[in-house]
Ligand binder design. Structure first.
Ligand SMILES: *Cc1c(COP(=O)(O)O)cnc(C)c1O
Length: 551
């Protein structure tokens, strides 16, 4: 006779993978995964959505409660799969919403295996060779960007925001030694460009630096930092005797793929450190979460062009690479494999040029020489997180192995070729204007105008002439409406999934400029998908024209 609980435990044992191989049960586990995947595959159609569009019912969600009785794995799986109905398929060529990559099969497996065996990267005691995988992925990436991999170090963390947090925290400890233990006596400064990611504000906020102490240096129309303005800002800060927690170079902005002139920032940093006789120059962190991937071109022969990219593509790739090739000058940098590295979320690495720097983050005694010796590897001594899963580094390693340099080169080249094709069409049409015309990345920011607007002159006037404020605001509203229609279409699985940015940049007189955004990340994108996007936009223009004719 077994008691009720024993009966439940007995039955739940079949809900866990068996610790000792049981061929029948092992097959049940694998087959259960296959069934879930099969159900998801059955939800695919030609549209960029799984299943059908769903109204999101948060009221019902808030009313849910935990049941008394366990349910079967099959039941639970079915319910989990239902949550993917209406989900976008990022690999779909008509899905161009943001820098969201479709993950490769290898990286999916890399992400999946740790969720079965649960390595904890806090220490190699609990992660064994998965801890080695993290070191491999970090070292391969360090070598790729031009760091000395034997001197460099790094770790995987919770996103590009986490990598930035680590970078600024390191810089803070350099600028205000002991800040972690004693707190801040004088608020330090973070310098970045106006177009830097808001993660700079988040980090300033969470580290107690204060958002108001983020100095946002003006950016050019191409979204990179104005170097002279940076020099002036840094000089002012140093002259005021304020500590600099970090200089953040944005190597690929989120909206427009602007790339800061890292070599210039590095030079100015060194010159001013000498001029002001600083013992430690301000920490230079490269927020390269998007741009890092272009490092694969560090040893590409542009003249011989062995991969056969067309000339326009070469021009774009080489121009971006011309800035990215200086990444090794940064003291630390952030890499999102889950952006331009085609892995599932979360897979982000924080890299430092000198692994010894990580000591500054170590808990307990400042002097922990055993941390960095061979034998035991305990990243948990200096990571912010306690538990860290193995999925991020395993997914990253999977893609580094799968793609190699040529794989990434080819993928990036394809995305840029497609984006150039879109820009060509949008640039050639009378009712559309491409904002980031000089852009060399996979993202296109553009604006749509109603009939009768001269797109040669109006966009420029809107940007610079305060007299044009009313038109600017009307056209902001117009573009929001176009976006809504295109998006409604997309949710029905018809048009294209684009995104919109409320403030691509500000006009000279301080109003935000709304823009539509296409971010091409799918290896399946092709000329036909570009046409589909354009058609969806022309259709939206007709609908808005009818709406305004109807009053
Ligand atoms: C996406 C992004 C971030 C934030 O990274 P997460 O991985 O989303 O946390 C930071 N900086 C830039 C430039 C980004 O594009």
């Amino acid at each position: 006779m077994s008691s009720a609980y024993q009966t439940i435990v007995q039955s739940l044992r079949s809900s866990f993978p068996q610790p000792v191989s049981d061929r029948v049960h092992d097959a049940y586990f694998v087959f259960s995964c296959l069934r879930a995947l099969d159900q998801l595959d059955a939800m695919k159609s030609v549209s960029p959505l799984l299943g059908s569009p769903e109204e999101l019912d948060y009221d019902a969600a808030r009313r849910r409660q935990l049941a008394d009785a366990p349910r079967s794995l099959e039941d639970v799986t079915r319910e989990l799969v239902e949550h993917f109905s209406g989900m976008f398929i990022w690999s779909h060529p008509r899905s161009q919403i943001n820098v969201i990559p479709p993950p490769t099969i290898a990286s999916i497996i890399g992400g999946l295996l740790p969720s079965i065996y649960n390595p904890n990267l806090c220490s190699d005691d609990t992660a064994r060779k998965v801890a080695v995988a993290e070191v491999e992925a970090v070292s391969m990436t360090a070598h790729l960007v031009g760091y000395d991999p034997l001197q460099a170090g790094g770790l995987f963390t919770f996103g590009g925001t986490g990598a930035l947090l680590y970078g600024v925290k390191l810089g803070l400890e350099k600028a205000c030694p002991g800040a972690g233990r004693r707190g801040l006596s004088q608020p330090p400064v973070i310098l970045c460009s106006q177009r830097a990611h808001y993660a700079c504000l988040t980090v300033a906020n969470w580290l107690g630096i204060g958002e108001e102490n983020v100095v946002r240096v003006p950016a050019t129309a191409d979204s990179d930092i104005v170097v002279e303005a940076f020099e002036e800002s840094l000089r002012t800060v140093l002259r005021d005797g304020r500590p600099v927690a970090a200089i953040v170079a944005t190597m690929g902005t989120t909206d427009a793929f602007g790339i800061d002139d890292l070599a210039a920032l590095h030079r100015i940093r060194s010159e001013l450190a000498a001029e002001f006789q600083l013992a430690t120059p301000p920490h230079l962190h490269a927020d390269a979460v998007i741009g890092w991937a272009w490092s694969v071109f560090n040893d590409y022969d542009w003249d011989a062009n062995p991969l056969g990219f067309r000339l326009r593509t070469i021009r774009c790739l080489a121009a971006a690479h011309n800035r990215i090739r200086h990444l090794h000058l940064a003291d630390s940098l952030g890499v999102d494999f889950h952006k331009t590295g085609f892995t599932p979320y979360i897979s982000s690495a924080f890299l430092v040029r000198d692994a010894q720097d990580l000591r500054r983050l170590a808990r307990g005694d400042q002097d922990m020489p055993y941390l960095f010796q061979s034998g035991h590897h305990h990243p948990g001594k200096y990571t912010l997180e306690t538990t860290r899963g193995g999925s991020g580094p395993m997914a990253a390693l999977a893609n580094l192995l799968l793609l190699g340099k040529d794989g990434l080169r080819a993928l990036l080249g394809h995305l840029v070729t497609m984006a150039e094709t879109l820009r060509e069409h949008l640039g050639g049409h009378v009712s559309t204007t491409v904002f980031n015309r000089n852009n060399v990345g996979p993202v296109t920011l553009f604006r749509v105008y109603p009939d009768g607007i001269d797109t040669f002159t109006v966009p420029k006037r809107e940007e610079s002439d305060p007299q044009y404020r009313p038109q600017l605001l009307a056209h902001n509203a117009y573009n929001r409406r176009i976006y809504q229609i295109v998006h409604q279409d997309a949710l029905r699985g018809e048009g294209a999934v684009l995104s919109m940015t409320d403030c691509y940049r500000e006009t000279d007189y301080g109003e935000p400029i709304v823009a539509l955004k296409s971010y091409i990340m799918s290896p399946f994108s092709d000329e036909a998908s570009i046409d589909a996007i354009l058609n969806s936009i022309w259709k939206a223009r007709r609908i808005v024209a009818e709406e305004s004719a109807a009053g």
